[in-house]
Design a protein around this ligand. Structure first.
Ligand SMILES: Cc1cc2nc3c(=O)[nH]c(=O)nc-3n(C[C@H](O)[C@H](O)[C@H](O)COP(=O)(O)O)c2cc1C
Ligand code: SF4
Ligand code: SF4
Length: 249
């Protein structure tokens, strides 16, 4: 069974692609995360967790979702992490997560997809994104073949820098960078509520038809990238940049 979490669609696309190749189904973790429900899942096929990379690790809300869920049946667990460039030493943490859950860790694949972190980095326009997605398909095919054959995903040994990025830098990133104080909304807001509906942690409330952020943000980028009126900015960092949604969603 393929279980995915996504902010801007890359991981949903990859989950769907793998599902077709593996002739299996997908499950979106969104409602479980949003409603704080501990999932109970049964599968006679290996578990495949597909997710974005946040600070060289699984996003905290997705690893918490896995941590709190009950997985019955097959004990094998694969991880597929979509990323803009690299996942650091994320595999080490995924292995430890499996140990805590009594799952057999089968490896982590990094799949380079378009960057979506509009609050921090440049993101590609639609044409550029389509090119990057096309280049990701061979990696997805290889990953599907390995999973289909029941083999372990090949992982290089992480270097010192990778361990630093996924360890102390990740901790600092979560503590000092992730937050919603810099979100603003302009007069073009049409009060549609899409930003609030898409937020995986219920961080947005509409007051007098305009979004207000409540301090629980995880920086998934769903709100700022999905606003139909382009009314949301993140300080000056997002000004003038295209908004990113996976073009193949
Ligand atoms: C908060 C945040 C942190 C990120 N950290 C990383 C990272 O450590 N390494 C990386 O290569 N990409 C990083 N990215 C890029 C995303 O992992 C990448 O674009 C991913 O495919 C987005 O998936 P989604 O569309 O399913 O949310 C980050 C993006 C965000 C929003
Ligand atoms: S998605 Fe955009 S237009 Fe809709 S309520 Fe949110 S900020 Fe306003
Ligand atoms: S406030 Fe926006 S960026 Fe933060 S978690 Fe919610 S949807 Fe994601």
């Amino acid at each position: 069974m393929i279980i995915y979490y996504t902010g801007t669609g890359n991981s949903r696309y990859c989950a769907g692609y793998l599902a077709k190749e593996l002739n299996t189904g997908t499950l979106d973790a969104f409602n479980y995360i949003r409603d704080g429900i501990a999932g109970e899942f049964i599968s006679d096929e290996p578990w495949v967790f597909v997710s974005p990379t946040h600070g060289w690790r699984l996003p905290e809300i997705f690893s918490d979702f896995i941590e709190s869920a009950c997985f019955s049946g097959d004990r094998r667990a694969y991880f597929v992490m979509t990323c803009g460039t690299d996942i650091g030493a994320a595999g080490r943490f995924n292995r430890k997560l499996c140990e805590r859950k009594g799952l057999e860790y089968m490896g982590t694949a990094a799949v380079v997809m378009p960057e979506n972190y509009v609050a921090m980095f440049p993101v590609p326009d639609e044409a550029g994104a389509r090119e990057i997605v096309a280049k990701a398909r061979p990696a997805l095919n290889r990953t599907a073949e390995t999973i289909g054959a029941g083999e372990r995903l090949a992982e290089g040994a992480p270097g010192v820098l990778d361990r630093l990025k996924s360890g102390p830098v990740n901790a600092a990133f979560r503590r000092f960078i992730i937050g919603d104080r810099r979100f603003t909304v302009s007069g073009s807001c049409i009060g549609c509520g899409k930003c609030a509906r898409l937020c995986p942690v219920g961080d947005i409330e509409l007051r007098d038809g305009r979004p207000v952020w409540l301090g629980r943000c995880t920086h998934c980028m769903a709100c700022i990238c999905s606003c139909p009126a382009l009314a949301i900015e993140y300080g000056r960092a997002s000004a003038g940049k295209p908004r990113y949604r996976c073009p193949e969603e």
